[in-house]
Every structure is written in structure tokens, then in C-alpha cells.
Ligand binder design. Structure first.
Ligand SMILES: *[C@@H]1O[C@H](CO)[C@@H](O)[C@H](O)[C@H]1NC(C)=O
Ligand SMILES: *[C@@H]1O[C@H](CO)[C@@H](O)[C@H](O)[C@H]1NC(C)=O
Ligand SMILES: *[C@@H]1O[C@H](CO)[C@@H](O)[C@H](O)[C@H]1NC(C)=O
Ligand SMILES: *[C@@H]1O[C@H](CO)[C@@H](O)[C@H](O)[C@H]1NC(C)=O
Ligand SMILES: *[C@@H]1O[C@H](CO)[C@@H](O)[C@H](O)[C@H]1NC(C)=O
Ligand SMILES: *[C@@H]1O[C@H](CO)[C@@H](O)[C@H](O)[C@H]1NC(C)=O
Ligand SMILES: *[C@@H]1O[C@H](CO)[C@@H](O)[C@H](O)[C@H]1NC(C)=O
Length: 375
């Protein structure tokens, strides 16, 4: 019964296809006629497989370098460094007329050190990318850029090119490895914090001021004239049971290198001040961190940390996830995401224009319920 049914459908489908073909033959007769009359190409000029031969390069133009830190582009950077073929990354402005994408880092635009090349004729196919890794609190006024950009490169997950500060990848460890192998020995400080910007009005400063009354907190960084050289950063953090991973502002997905590089990389348990716990749990295991919001007061948080540091078994549970995951970050925070544009071409919405970039940037601004902690 079912077979017969399918059979009938097949016959119908074949008939339909034939009719369609016949119809299109009639419609396209003039152009086909053209094809027949056109001089034949020499045999060697005829591509055997168009799809394979007709590969075009995508040109990505870096209009200027973020923070003025010029990177030297030698050879075919995307292919040589990241194995991404047919992707030409350049900072040569003379390529503007043929560039498929042009990248503009936000900081220089809002400070006026750089401007959009509005005086040049923008090729029809060219797409402009707005790039920032800062939170909306530090991106300035984006209203002047309404209608200019086609795509966003941002840490947020709904950006066209999402460039988070880090992420986890599953891995399997050598058999016989235990959680203890992931906990640095010689813990000597209870809690550490590296702070470069120590404004009294910052929420994180208020929390620190309360916390230091309950537990000792070792402070480092420019703000307290105890700057750590890069190579001393992770070794210093590894001596701390806990690392205060306090973001400078609280926005969805705004989870920075303070977590990925400092806390996770240094082997300290992060105590986070940032977006709500749920947002963290979308990216990292729920037992890999302590959230300031988990406590009804900073005193309670301090007491908890004190107890946890003294309970080896319980403390170790915060490292269990390291048996299954490894932390990954971009090997070069500019070049890698720039080249990766070429790997996303087929998934991009086209055409697309950010008619109100400012509104898009702020639409996810949700303050976490941290007020309770300060009181
Ligand atoms: C080859 O690629 C170019 C540029 O994308 C396109 O315009 C052209 O139609 C392609 N030719 C064939 C035969 O597919
Ligand atoms: C693409 O770029 C590479 C490297 O610059 C070059 O060798 C190649 O000829 C280019 N291909 C096309 C189709 O333009
Ligand atoms: C267009 O403006 C840029 C600065 O954004 C400048 O460097 C360039 O010389 C100008 N080009 C023309 C053709 O006016
Ligand atoms: C821990 O400290 C001891 C003594 O201070 C030292 O000998 C040892 O190398 C240290 N271990 C690590 C992993 O830093
Ligand atoms: C980690 O992986 C092991 C197997 O390799 C598995 O038994 C265990 O459930 C995993 N743990 C977590 C937290 O995913
Ligand atoms: C890119 O943005 C410009 C400026 O709004 C617009 O004119 C153009 O059509 C957009 N291109 C694509 C492919 O979305
Ligand atoms: C949290 O504090 C901010 C200002 O510090 C205030 O605008 C907001 O209403 C407070 N939210 C709650 C839930 O108390």
C-alpha cells in the first residue's frame, strides 16, 4: 500500500519536473540560442569543475589597528597561522575598492583618533564591521554610527562575529590524573585581586571594602602601585585560594580575561561579580566558580570563603571540571577573529544594516541583583 502510494507520487513528481523543464526551455530560448552561437572556448579554458576552480579570495581590510598596536602581516596570515584558506587579511588602505569586509575598532572612532572613510566610494558588496570587546559602559556614544555598519564583532553571543574572552572545550586527561593535579600547591593567600582602575563609586570597590573587613585580600595592580609584570601574573594568582573576578561593569555575556586568563589560568577559584549566575552557567560549569550574588551579605561571602579554604575536600570540588574541560582563548585577539570572518560567510545574514547600533548595544543591558550585597 505504502509502496504503491510512493510510486504514484514519484510518477507525479517526474511529470512535474518535465513540465517545469519544458516551460523554462521556452522561456530561456533566447539565451540558449546565444550560448550555442557564441564562439566555443578553447578546451583548456573550460574549467572541469567550476565549484573547485572558481574559488575567490575574501579580502578583509583592517582600516587601523586597535589601540594603535600595529601588527605586521607577513605572508598569507590566515592560511599560515590558522589554516583558513582564500582569506586575505591586510591593513593596506589602497585595497579599499576591492575589500569585502572593512573592520573598525570602536575605541579609535569614539575618541576621534580615526574616522570612517565616508569620503570614499563604498563598493556595493563591501561590508563594514564594528568591533569592540568593551562593555556598553565603555563604548561611548554610538548614535553617530547609525546605518553605517553591516556586522558586529563583539563578546556578546548575539553578535554576527562573537569574540568571547575565552571558552571551554572538552578534553580527556591522562588516565590516573586526579583533581589534585589541577590545584596549585603552596596556597598562601586567601583572596587576591588585581585592579587597575580603583574608582570609589564602582560597585566592585564597595564590595572589596566590605570584604577586606572579613578576610585578608591581597591587592595588586596599577591602582595600588603594585603592578605585576606579565610573567608574574599567573604564578602570583596560583598562590591564592580565591581570585576576585570583579568586572568593571555588569552586562550580559561580559565575562572577561579576569575569569578566563587570571582565575582559571592561575588555578584560583573565581569569586565573580558580573552578570547573573545563569549567564555564567551558560559558559562554565556551575561548580567552577562562586558568585557574589549567592550570598545575602558580603560578611556571609567572607565567612564562606574562610571555611572553604580550610576544607580541602570541598575546595577541590571547584576544580573537578578541569578533568573534562580545558580553557581556550584566541591565540591572537585580533588576527584570529579577523581571519575567522572567512569561515562564517555562509551563515551571515545578508543584507544587513545596523540602523541603530546604540540601541542594539544596550538592548541586553541588564543589571544583576548585586545591590543587596553592598548594603
Ligand atoms: C566565479 O566567481 C565569480 C565571483 O564570485 C562569479 O561572478 C562568477 O559567476 C563565477 N563563475 C562561475 C562559472 O561560476
Ligand atoms: C588568492 O590569494 C592568493 C594569495 O594571495 C593568491 O595566490 C591567489 O592567486 C588568489 N586567488 C584568486 C582567485 O585571486
Ligand atoms: C578620505 O578620508 C581619509 C580619512 O578618513 C583620508 O585619509 C583620505 O585621504 C581621504 N581621501 C580622499 C580621496 O579624500
Ligand atoms: C612550594 O614551596 C616549597 C617551599 O617553599 C618549594 O620547595 C616548592 O618548590 C614549591 N612548590 C611549587 C609547586 O611552587
Ligand atoms: C567527566 O568525564 C568523565 C569521563 O571522562 C565522566 O565520567 C564524568 O561524568 C565527567 N564529569 C563531568 C562533570 O562532566
Ligand atoms: C551594508 O551597509 C550599507 C550602509 O548602510 C548598505 O548600503 C549596504 O546595502 C549594506 N550591505 C549589505 C550587504 O548588507
Ligand atoms: C540597584 O542600584 C541602582 C543604583 O545603584 C538602582 O538604580 C537600582 O534601582 C537598584 N536596584 C534594586 C533592585 O535595588
Amino acid at each position: 500500500m505504502a509502496d504503491l502510494c510512493c510510486h504514484r507520487r514519484t510518477i507525479l513528481a517526474v511529470l512535474l519536473v518535465c513540465l517545469t523543464l519544458f516551460g523554462s526551455l521556452l522561456v530561456q530560448w533566447p539565451s540558449m540560442w546565444n550560448t550555442f552561437l557564441r564562439p566555443k572556448l578553447a578546451k583548456s579554458d573550460v574549467p572541469v569543475n567550476n565549484a573547485a576552480v572558481n574559488i575567490t579570495n575574501t579580502t578583509i581590510l583592517v582600516w587601523y589597528w586597535a589601540f594603535g598596536a600595529t601588527q605586521i602581516l607577513r605572508g598569507n596570515v590566515c592560511k599560515d597561522r590558522y589554516g583558513i584558506p582564500n582569506c586575505i587579511l591586510s591593513d593596506d588602505r589602497s585595497l579599499f575598492p576591492q575589500a569585502d569586509f572593512v573592520i573598525f575598532h570602536n575605541r579609535e572612532l569614539i575618541t576621534g583618533r580615526q574616522t570612517l572613510p565616508l569620503n570614499l566610494t563604498r563598493p556595493h558588496k563591501q561590508r563594514w564591521v564594528w568591533f569592540s570587546k568593551e562593555s556598553p559602559a565603555n563604548n561611548g556614544n554610538l548614535k553617530p554610527f547609525a546605518g553605517q555598519f553591516n556586522y558586529t564583532m563583539f563578546y556578546r553571543h548575539d553578535a554576527d562575529f562573537c569574540t568571547p574572552y575565552g571558552w571551554l572545550e572538552p578534553h580527556s586527561v591522562r588516565t590516573g590524573m586526579t583533581v589534585e593535579d589541577f590545584i596549585p600547591k603552596n596556597k598562601s593567600s586567601l583572596a587576591c585581586w588585581i585592579v587597575s582602575n580603583f574608582k570609589a563609586k564602582y560597585e566592585r570597590t564597595l564590595i572589596y571594602n566590605k570584604l577586606k573587613k572579613v578576610i585578608p585580600v591581597d591587592l595588586y595592580g596599577g591602582a595600588v602601585h603594585r603592578r605585576l609584570p606579565t610573567k608574574a601574573l599567573l604564578p602570583t594568582i596560583s598562590h591564592c585560594y580565591f581570585y576576585l573576578t570583579f568586572e568593571n561593569s555588569i552586562f550580559e555575556d561580559y565575562i572577561t580575561e579576569k575569569l578566563w586568563r587570571n582565575a582559571f589560568g592561575g588555578g584560583a577559584v573565581p569569586v565573580v561579580l558580573g552578570p547573573p549566575r545563569k549567564n555564567y552557567e551558560a559558559m562554565i560549569p556551575k561548580d567552577s566558580f562562586i558568585h557574589v550574588d549567592d550570598f545575602s551579605s558580603i560578611e556571609e561571602l567572607g565567612e564562606f570563603l574562610k571555611k572553604l579554604a580550610g576544607d580541602r575536600e570541598r575546595y577541590a570540588t571547584y576544580f573537578k571540571w578541569k578533568l573534562n574541560y580545558t580553557v581556550v582563548r584566541h591565540s591572537n585577539w585580533l588576527l584570529e577573529p579577523y581571519c575567522q570572518i572567512c569561515t562564517k560567510l555562509t551563515t551571515l545574514q545578508t543584507p544587513k544594516v545596523y540602523w541603530d547600533l546604540q540601541a542594539w548595544e544596550w538592548k541586553k543591558s541588564r543589571r544583576a541583583a548585586v545591590n543587596q550585597s553592598i548594603n
